[in-house]
Design a protein around this ligand. Sequence first.
Ligand SMILES: C[S@@+](CC[C@H](N)C(=O)[O-])C[C@H]1O[C@@H](n2cnc3c(N)ncnc32)[C@H](O)[C@@H]1O
Ligand code: SF4
Length: 356
Amino acid sequence: MTTPFGVYIHIPFCSRRCDYCAFATWSDRHHLQDAYLDALTVEIAREVEQGMPVATSVFVGGGTPSLVDPDRLAQIVSSIPVTAGAEITIECNPESVTDEHVAAYMAAGVDRLSFGVQSLSADVLVSLGRDHNPDTVVRAVAIARAGGIRRLNLDLIYGGAGETIADWQHTIEQLIELEPDHVSAYALTVEAGTPLADDPSRHPEDDDQADKYLIADSLLASAGYENYEISNWARPGQECAHNLLYWRQGNYRGFGCAAHSHQDGRRWWNVRTPDRYIDLVAGDESVEASAEDLDPDRRRVEGLQLSLRTREGVPRRSLSESDIGLLDSLIVVAGDTITLSTEGRLLANEVAVRLR
Ligand SMILES: C[S@@+](CC[C@H](N)C(=O)[O-])C[C@H]1O[C@@H](n2cnc3c(N)ncnc32)[C@H](O)[C@@H]1O
Ligand code: SF4
């Protein structure tokens, strides 16, 4: 079997910035799009020339990848050597996807789209400051399917201001109607430095988010989706290979500004802004901002922390027998493996800090 190897490509442009988002993305630098895609092309060609391994998964994320010229993005994706049957995903915002996007992506071998749906309640989308409504999502899913995309992930966020339990239940029910094969549901997180952080009146509440998590898990499970990582559910066989590679500490190369890479315990990341990235590539200089070498023990513990979050769990010896007794309702011990219980998925850090 080919050793898994992932490629991540970062597209740092959005039509506007959501006020909860801390990702490396800009809404005032569209004039850089062409130069940025040129720089990506050059950086990838260099790595391929230097013998970059053949990728088993490619993920184009952002920002909003569907905002840039789909033909140019497709050309970039096509320049990456991939294995037969590699998983190739592009993250899209529902409002910016057209038949032309899907046709260009399909021609580049893309078999999976990930839509940032966030909610299927119109009011919640407004309060999240999104540019789409529930109908836009239905339309985007139909366009993807009509264009031949086989695999769909839909991303959701829960706990935004004004979102009722009924809104959330409605979102999950409507989402199931759309029959995606993969769902990611994230608790809204207050990220430092965002406008949301400055407005405590809109901060999410832990109990509300816990209730919403349990509703999502139960409705998704009844509809045939299995939870395989705390925030991710998939129909059997539709788990995201690229995510699994990250969680199993596999090797991957990130291209573009702010992209991270990992090779056998060495992690490094690129400069954060598109301007700087473009200049460095043009000057034939390294785009690496910084790097760290993980000592073997830290790498081992990080591996356990990641695995604990998945249904693969951790070996029983990773917790002391007294902690196993103490953590009782948060874990499930089956033979030599410990996994999180449903309640434990809500309090994963309580378990993670005790891993040894
Ligand atoms: C960086 S975004 C890129 C995708 C796309 N631009 C979008 O927003 O729909 C990837 C996902 O991160 C999640 N996300 C972003 N900021 C978040 C936050 N503060 N808390 C929880 N989830 C967040 C959203 O679900 C989003 O779909
Ligand atoms: S569209 Fe996505 S990446 Fe862009 S600002 Fe909003 S959450 Fe962040």
